[in-house]
Design a protein around this ligand. Sequence first.
Ligand code: NAP
Length: 271
Amino acid sequence: MSIDKRLALIGGAGTMGTAVVRGLLQAEAVAPEQIVVTARHERSFEHLRQYHVRLTTDNIDAVQGADVILLCVHPDQVAGVVEEVKPSLVAEPLILSLATGIPTARIEALVGELAPVVRATPNLAAVVGASITVVCAGRLAEETHLELAEEIFGTVGEVERLDERHMNACTALVGCGPAFVFKCIEALAEGGVKMGLPRMASRRMAAQMMLGASSLVLITGEHPAALKDQVTTPGGCTIDGITKLEERGLPIALIEAVETSALKAAKLFDS
Ligand SMILES: NC(=O)c1ccc[n+]([C@@H]2O[C@H](COP(=O)([O-])OP(=O)(O)OC[C@H]3O[C@@H](n4cnc5c(N)ncnc54)[C@H](OP(=O)(O)O)[C@@H]3O)[C@@H](O)[C@H]2O)c1
């Protein structure tokens, strides 16, 4: 096992926590005995029983002896959970927060600066091991803590390390981004249907085409504009479609979608 730590996933029975549990075990980065997962309700554990990790509704019990505490609850539940477990934090575990919009300084203040904090922004693709997760360090976190966070999230996809001042933009691009792409896939598939393609085939083709285009950007390292030129034969049919996208404002709509979500992310903690 490559991660020699005991992990407590508070709220880990949810979508993100489950994705991390699955990723860690499939990568054989940890053994099931190294993981404890909590939720509020026993019924939330059903899908996790196959993994043979420890399951409990007792957060205080879960953090006993944990080296890493992953906060997988919703942002508005973070304060309550940290206050609940704080008296049991004796060995300065790493607090690894997935909570959208909660700065590391806020968690450090809640925990009384008893533990280092690393913040992570994954996305829904973690469910299929294809997330891009951004990690950033709090004031007390050291290189080893960031490396540990990278190792954990490396089991559910790629990892990018950035300064915390970029986290709201990352929330928009990485966290919200899949929803923007789903809208694109849905619309492209509708375009296919409009032109008479069978519905299921059209959706599959739109999604696989998106995956292929993304792979080209990542694997070749070429600028998307250069790749676009390779598809766009002068006087051909692609330039007519591109002209329509420009005319209807797709590029600016996507830029403003990221900007608007990032500005909202910055306000989440204030509200
Ligand atoms: N989903 C995404 O695409 C995404 C992307 C980036 C970041 N995030 C962040 O990841 C975190 C988790 O999101 P999610 O989508 O996984 O949420 P989720 O599926 O709703 O799961 C939340 C889990 O927290 C548990 N929980 C709530 N209060 C608790 C408490 N006091 N003690 C123990 N467990 C508690 C819930 O248990 P019960 O089911 O028993 O109520 C549930 O299992 C959030 O902070 C979110 O901002 C999510």
